[in-house]
Design a protein around this ligand. Structure first.
Ligand SMILES: [Zn+2]
Length: 337
């Protein structure tokens, strides 16, 4: 993934080498009025972008969304101002901007706190993606072409024509075995020339285009990856990976998956839906498919019978129309007015 180069003389990134840093002290180095934007309540409100000399907030990048959290600063009247960090972005110079709803003075000391649950969720999904992509490559020779981490779903797109269910389960099992083995995830900083040598030796699959030092994330015994995202410390903290579905897209096959608590919540809601269906059809989840197949067959049979009955009805009507000498119910009195 891109975004692994160190920008010079800009925001120091505390998440690079110390992924677990979620609380930090910093100084405000820049403030920009951002205009108006709808808040979480849907109301249009002004917002400001705050730059800090150092931050533990991850800006969006490499398919991974930004961190959220809080900035707290002391006011001259001895009260403190606490603002929600709603969005975090990196500009072209590598400066990280934190979007808030109150201006925070340049030069002010702030305490930052990253939303730990959101960070852990993103780190689990993103680290799981590293592992899933590595296993698709190792087991099936399929490279990943893109990654998307959304609030609802996490997907990778593979350069592949087709993936059989057996191959998919084999990859999913290989990923989960490496999660149980709790392999360490380590960060290394290397010069671009060294990264290019790693690429030439086949240790890296691709490099970001930006110059400068690179952050290489090593999943012990599995792979090296040039990546600027946030990761768990070892694969055990991914918790587990569940593949949900595969669908054909323009550039290949899209695999939807989820890791950690998301996998638990997803499996829980999937099972709740199965139970709901089972209650409606009065069968257990294991017999649902058979019951639904029976209902579909029954529906087809009834449609056939209905067609047959309709045809018979039309034929009878035609016969009656073709025999005017025979009186029909409702014909009495016709033409007498
Ligand atoms: Zn990464």
């Amino acid at each position: 993934m891109d975004g692994s180069s160190i920008p010079r003389s800009v925001t120091e990134r505390l998440y690079y080498d110390r992924d677990a840093v979620l609380e930090f002290q910093a100084v405000v180095t820049g403030l920009r009025a951002g205009g108006q934007e709808a808040g979480s309540d849907g109301q249009e409100k002004p917002f400001w972008c705050v730059a800090l000399d150092r931050t533990a907030f991850y800006p969006a990048g490499g398919g991974q969304p930004w961190d959220k959290g809080l900035l707290v600063t002391a006011l001259p009247n001895a009260e403190s101002l606490q603002v929600d960090v709603e969005r975090v972005e990196e500009d072209e110079e590598g400066q990280v901007w934190h979007t808030v709803r109150e201006p925070v003075a340049v030069g002010a000391q702030v305490a930052g706190r990253v939303d730990a649950e959101r960070r852990m969720d993103h780190a689990q999904q993103h680290s799981g993606q590293h592992l899933l992509s590595a296993m698709f490559l190792r087991e099936l020779g399929l490279p990943t072409v893109s990654f998307h981490l959304g609030a609802e779903s996490v997907t990778i797109d593979l350069d592949a024509e087709k993936i059989s269910p057996e191959d998919l389960y084999r990859v999913e099992d290989a990923v989960n075995r490496l999660i149980f083995e709790d392999r360490r995830m380590l960060s290394h900083w290397v010069e671009r020339e060294e990264a290019e040598r790693m690429l030439a030796r086949g240790e890296l699959r691709k490099l970001p285009e930006r110059a400068g030092r690179m952050r290489i994330v090593e999943m012990e015994g599995v792979e090296f990856n040039a990546c600027g995202g946030t990761h768990v410390r070892s694969t055990g903290a991914i918790g587990g990976l569940l593949v949900r579905r595969v669908e054909k897209v323009r550039q290949g096959q899209r695999v939807e998956f989820c890791c950690g608590l998301r996998a638990i919540r997803t499996a829980r809601s999937d099972f709740a839906r199965l139970r709901e269906l089972g209650t409606l059809l009065s069968v257990g989840p294991a017999d649902l498919a058979g019951r639904v197949a029976g209902l579909i067959e029954d529906k087809k049979q009834r449609a056939k019978e209905r067609k047959l009955l309709e045809r018979q009805l039309r034929e009878m009507e035609d016969r009656l129309t073709a025999s005017p000498q025979k009186s029909r119910p409702g014909d009495e009195g016709r033409g007498q007015s």
